[in-house]
Design a protein around this ligand. Structure first.
Ligand code: ADP
Length: 498
């Protein structure tokens, strides 16, 4: 019988800040385990040791008994080792295991894609098969049995399938339950039929995880089918992926079938990192009590982008992957109309080539009003959150979204589309009593978006009203505590079952 008071949780993820991060998953994988630990549970993390992990900055130790473990991948034998470090928070120290294999992870700077060609690595199947199967072997040797194995996204999807099939007789995991969190249903880990042979999983799994008449398999689908419970990162997105065909796609039948086992728990944010009162990456720290200081960040931001400083003109910011999911096509469609307005607009992002080419042209056409920085730059992301007046995020779909939550905390009023986590976290400003925290449009349409930008600009003209809206957002609490407690309740619920 599992003791339910202090749980042992193994949290498996493909990225974790500050070691390696490409997006929200990295932030969540850092903050959630730390909060679970603060709540009294023992959490350990596992992440691949990519070449991008800075060995000099972080102390990463060898674990002698977890060195050079052999593993079959198809007909080949690969060796991997597990090394260890700590994710040091203010109140907790969470142990983190680095899954170390030079060929598949250590020799590469990119996580999922080659950083030069921007193309997915052609052996991503082998890389994450090795990771998942290797973790099963690691668990056998660890001498620490988790009550909960918490998997995240397609890169970890095979683990629940291994536990329920190839490793089903593993006595050690008899009482262990698996949770699978969908951070984005759009990334499905699709591979060819041949990839399946390398997993070593029984044929019965093949039919279960194959897609579209069997020509492809999906690692995500394995996670969806074989885990004990499913979660996703907001209630609205949970509802949307159960009901909207375009979002659920071919996963719809599973999501329908497991409807009652799919729980939406909204992400929180780490206020030790994203908080204008203590943020050392920005020019001037501020709180709702001294909002004037925010404008020092605005000046620094405009200077960074070489745009003329004029504090009275509103600045809109966006920090985003430049992909269709994020509504970049709406911005593209409306850009001339946006830049005809009395404002400046700055973007930090990287992604699809078509958008890089497009925004380069826009920058040339409107050098006084628009600027973009291509690439991944954490420090600049903080400065945009602090320096902009408004934050534009017109996503086509958004499982949770974190940057709108950062914006709220930094008094940078979000303009968002009503979808997924954006719908759950931004409250429409009410023109009568000025309650609400942001500007929200429903239809995926560039004119609708433009209307809300204009609406925001109108309100911005009245400084008292605007300060009120900023403060409404800054007063919101999206810390991890209440969401982490929901995960704990869920872990306990599944541990009590059967
Ligand atoms: P995603 O769908 O990309 O995970 P989220 O809003 O959930 O979107 O999280 C994005 C995270 O990645 C945030 O912490 C954001 O600041 C960061 N981010 C996104 N693009 C960049 C970039 N180009 N440079 C620095 N940070 C970025």
């Amino acid at each position: 019988m599992v003791k339910l008071k202090n749980l042992k949780i193994l949290f498996i993820t493909s990225e974790v800040a500050p070691f390696v991060k490409t997006g929200g998953l990295g932030d969540v994988s850092s903050a959630l385990p730390q909060t679970l630990a603060e709540l009294g549970h023992e959490v350990r993390l596992v992440v691949p040791k990519y070449g991008a992990v800075d060995e000099r900055r972080f102390k990463i130790h060898e674990i002698v008994r977890l060195k050079d473990i052999p593993l079959h991948i198809g007909d080949e034998i690969e060796l991997f080792s597990v090394r260890s470090s700590f994710l040091a928070g203010l109140k907790t120290k969470v142990q983190i295991y680095f899954f170390d294999n030079q060929k598949y992870f250590g020799s590469r700077k990119g996580l999922y894609q080659d950083i030069k060609t921007k193309k997915d690595y052609s052996d991503n199947d082998e890389r994450y098969i090795l990771f998942c199967k290797g973790i099963m072997e690691m668990i056998k040797k660890l001498g620490w049995t988790p009550d909960i194995i918490h998997c995240n996204d397609w890169q970890t999807g095979l683990i629940p399938a291994y536990i329920k099939t190839l490793y089903a007789d593993l006595e050690l995991l008899r009482n262990t339950k698996t949770v699978f969190t969908i951070h984005n249903l759009g990334f499905q880990g699709l591979f060819s039929k041949e990839s399946f042979q390398k997993t070593g999983l029984p044929e019965s799994v093949f039919t279960e995880i194959s897609m579209n008449l069997g020509s492809k398999i999906s690692f995500l689908k394995a996670g969806l089918l074989y885990s004990d419970v499913l979660t996703t990162v907001s209630e609205k997105y949970a509802e949307e992926i159960r009901s909207i065909d375009e979002l659920a796609g071919s996963m719809k039948p599973i999501l329908q079938k497991r409807k009652s086992e799919l729980v939406g728990i909204v992400n929180g944010i780490d206020y030790n990192i994203w908080n204008p009162e203590i943020d050392m990456l920005i020019t001037a720290r501020y709180s709702p009590k001294d909002l004037e200081k925010k404008y020092e960040n605005k000046s620094a931001l405009l200077e960074f982008f070489k745009l003329n400083d004029n504090k009275d003109k509103p600045v809109i910011g966006t920090i985003s992957r430049l992909t269709d999911q994020k509504g970049i096509d709406l911005i593209q469609e409306a850009i001339d109309k946006i830049l005809e307005l009395d404002l400046k607009y700055v973007i930090l992002g990287q992604g699809d080539k078509k958008y890089h080419e497009f925004f380069e042209k826009v920058q040339k056409k409107y050098p006084e009003k628009f600027a973009i920085s291509f690439g991944f730059d954490d420090e600049l992301a903080h400065l945009i959150e602090a320096g902009a007046d408004m934050y534009l995020m017109p996503s086509q779909f958004e499982p949770c979204g974190l940057t709108q939550l950062y914006s709220l905390k930094y008094g940078t009023v979000p303009i968002v589309r009503y979808t997924g986590g954006l719908a759950d976290t931004v409250d429409k400003v009410n023109g009568k009593d000025y309650s609400g925290t942001g500007f929200v449009f429903k239809k995926y349409d560039s004119d609708e978006m433009l209307k809300e930008i204009k609406h925001a600009l109108k309100m911005y003209e009245n400084k008292t009203v605007w300060a009120r809206i900023m403060k409404n957002g800054m007063a919101k609490d999206f810390s991890w505590h209440s969401s982490a407690k929901k995960y704990i309740e869920l872990y306990k619920k599944i541990l009590k079952e059967d």
